[in-house]
Write a protein that binds this ligand. Structure first.
Ligand code: NAP
Length: 248
């Protein structure tokens, strides 16, 4: 299974939201996709079924991205199965919002462990195989909160800013090996992550978005699918905002 026309992608957090839409977009484009999730088996099986309607396939595995050994084992199993990994997309992420004055150590740790250490674990595990093949595309999900900061989200903003620094550094380091690394920074996207917003916060958010709506997971997934494709062969180290203009 080592032919270069055969595209293999790895996606974290693929059972729901942006990760799920990315799995489906990449399967639609002909990738065999290995995705992971933390707990929702039922959602993962539904994604596998839906992906089977595309040109590729999707296989979900329960892997906690905070667990370096589990991530390594999952990446190795994927390489053993398909021969190589062309693309890695890190979409697993959580929020634990609180003003800093009330922030609990556990809230800080969980967000950094999942959002930032999780990206490190995945990229650390895939980069060697990509270097050996002198090809690969990585897309890490950051956030506009990582670019501009967001009140009550010091933990989340720090993790997402960390992802930007990490992605740019890796783009510089691995470019000569033919590996591209980009970050995508969404604004408000209609997923479970923003479903918890109360009506007042939602209204306020909508009024500050020039396009007057939240984005969809599919819109973000299309950008990710473009970035991992050869059509984006000269794009690396970029931080692409997809936010309806909220940061203008
Ligand atoms: P979501 O709907 O809450 O889905 C999160 C996904 O990540 C789920 O599949 C979940 O699996 C998985 N996950 C969480 N913790 C994990 C862990 N420790 N190990 C493995 N998988 C884990 O999130 P989303 O809104 O699609 O967000 C996706 C990414 O985009 C995140 O990095 C987020 O920060 C970023 N983002 C989102 C927005 C937005 O407005 N939605 C804006 C900017 C950036 P289980 O269901 O099994 O737990």
């Amino acid at each position: 299974m080592g032919d270069s026309a055969h595209r293999v992608a790895l996606v974290t957090g693929g059972s729901r939201g942006i990760g799920r839409a990315t799995v489906l977009a990449l399967a639609r484009d002909g990738h065999d996709v290995a995705f992971c999730y933390r707990s929702d088996d039922e959602a993962a099986r539904a994604v596998e079924k839906e992906a089977a309607q595309g040109a590729g396939t999707a296989t979900g595995t329960r892997v906690d991205v905070t667990d370096a050994a589990a991530v390594r084992a999952w990446v190795t199993a994927t390489e053993d199965r398909w021969g190589h990994i062309d693309a890695a997309v890190t979409a697993a992420g959580i929020t634990r919002d609180n003003p800093l004055v009330l922030m609990e150590d556990e809230q800080w740790r969980q967000v950094i462990d999942t959002n930032l250490d999780g990206v490190y674990h995945v990229c650390r595990a895939v980069v060697f195989g990509m270097m050996k093949r002198r090809a690969g595309a990585i897309v890490n999900l950051s956030s506009v909160a990582g670019v501009y900061g967001h009140g009550t989200q010091t933990n989340y903003s720090a993790s997402k800013a960390g992802i930007i620094g990490f992605s740019r550094a890796l783009a510089k380091e691995a470019g000569r090996a033919g590996i591209r690394v980009n970050a995508v920074a969404p604004g408000f996207i209609e997923t479970d992550m923003v479903a918890a917003m109360n009506d007042k916060a939602r209204k306020e958010a909508l009024s500050s978005i020039p396009l007057r709506r939240m984005g969809t997971a599919e819109e973000v997934a299309d950008l990710v699918a473009y970035l991992v494709s050869d059509r984006a062969a000269y794009i690396t180290g970029a931080v692409l905002q997809i936010d309806g203009g909220i940061t203008i």
